[in-house]
Design a binder for this molecule. Structure first.
Ligand SMILES: Cc1ncc(COP(=O)(O)O)c(C=O)c1O
Length: 353
């Protein structure tokens, strides 16, 4: 069948993430905590209205966008400044679709989130991956030179960065926004953990798109709600690439619920941050751990001098993330912060490695 396929995709391996049995799942930066006690009852009542299930959703997700805007009213965000997608993954795809023509250049950091590259490839773009330095910091002078040289059609910045966990400072982001003659995506999917955002500048920089998600701090990874905030003209443009009825009714309703209970979820964020620092200290005492990177997220990147840790933990039904033995993440593993009990269990098993 692949003789009929696009030539550039013939040797491409599809993205799979096989379901594995687990007792502790700390491989995908999801929330380990249960939802607010009123969540299930709320959704149950909501489902009693059959039209919520039998009818197509509001394609413009008006109520959710209004709720997001209200949440960020201190930044002067309005409904017209928000677009919702099936995860921020879909927004990444939409952004590339509307701004990048075949063969044009996207600048994306490496190591970073894999969807920038995948989205570029599937949309016929040329993805130039610019490397973070050896300590996994952005090399801003090099990036500014690259922007000058490549004249890209789109630039991605990820802060805090996945999988390295570190933040990019505001002054550097502003330098990139000033330099780039194209849209710049600031992926802030972990911003609830870092407390840092560029939202206050979205009106000043019409080329800035801020990406956010309900998958991490709000524990809705299974429902796939992501969104972007930008100035009206930018959002109107992104709408051109948005598939109709993309976000399910259920996801829209659940996302409104978690924003209505924001404080509850932010308490969970505080707990994760506390656990993260405890976990970091314990990990640093393990003999095979070379370095635990500073993190402003719900995960830790750990450099180890031992191979096979992921496999060993998998046998004990603990799922973590590891990386190929070559490349800039060689020797690294990534562990999402779990509940206190889960973290203790992980440490116990790691001590046996
Ligand atoms: C940096 C970053 N951006 C975007 C996403 C996508 O999030 P979602 O599609 O679940 O909103 C992830 C998921 O892990 C991520 O780490």
């Amino acid at each position: 069948m692949n003789k009929y396929m696009r030539k550039d995709l013939q040797f491409y391996k599809p993205y799979h993430s096989p379901i594995k049995p687990y007792e502790i799942k700390v491989d995908a930066n999801e929330s380990p905590y249960p939802h607010h006690e009123a969540f299930v009852e709320h959704m149950k009542q909501w489902m009693k209205n059959k039209d919520n299930i039998t009818r197509y959703p509001d394609t413009d997700a008006v109520l959710l966008r209004r709720r997001i805007a209200k949440h960020y009213e201190i930044y002067n965000v309005h409904e017209e400044n928000v677009i919702c997608g099936v995860g921020s993954d879909q927004i990444i795809d939409i952004i590339i679709k509307v701004f990048v023509e075949p063969g044009e250049t996207i600048l994306a950091p490496t190591p970073s989130f894999s969807m920038y590259k995948l989205g570029g490839l599937l949309n016929h773009a040329y993805v130039h991956e610019y490397a973070l330095d050896d300590a996994f910091h952005y090399d801003i002078p090099a990036l500014l030179d690259l922007i000058e040289f490549e004249a890209p059609k789109l630039v991605f910045l990820c802060t805090p960065n996945n999988p390295t966990g570190g933040l990019l400072d505001r002054a550097s982001i502003i330098q990139v926004l000033d330099k780039a003659k194209c849209p710049v995506v600031i992926d802030e999917v972990y911003a609830e953990f870092s407390g840092e955002t560029m939202l206050d500048l979205f009106e000043k920089y019409p080329n800035m798109i801020i990406l956010r998600s309900f998958s991490k701090a709000y524990g809705l990874a299974g429902l796939r709600t992501g969104y972007a905030i930008a100035n009206k003209e930018m959002i109107d443009t992104l709408y051109i690439g948005k598939p109709p009825y993309n976000l399910s009714n259920y996801s829209q309703e659940a996302s409104i619920f978690v924003l209505d209970h924001h404080e509850f979820y932010m308490d969970q964020v505080q707990a994760i941050k506390k656990e993260r620092e405890i976990m970091k200290k314990h990990l640093e005492t393990l003999p095979f751990v070379e370095k635990v990177y500073e993190s402003e997220t719900n995960f830790l990147l750990i450099k180890v001098d031992r191979t096979g840790i992921q496999k060993l933990l998998e046998e004990k039904l603990i799922l973590i993330r590891d990386y190929p033995p070559t490349g800039n993440l060689a020797g690294c593993i990534r562990i999402t912060i779990g509940t206190s009990e889960e973290n203790q269990r992980i440490l116990e098993k790691l001590r046996e490695v």
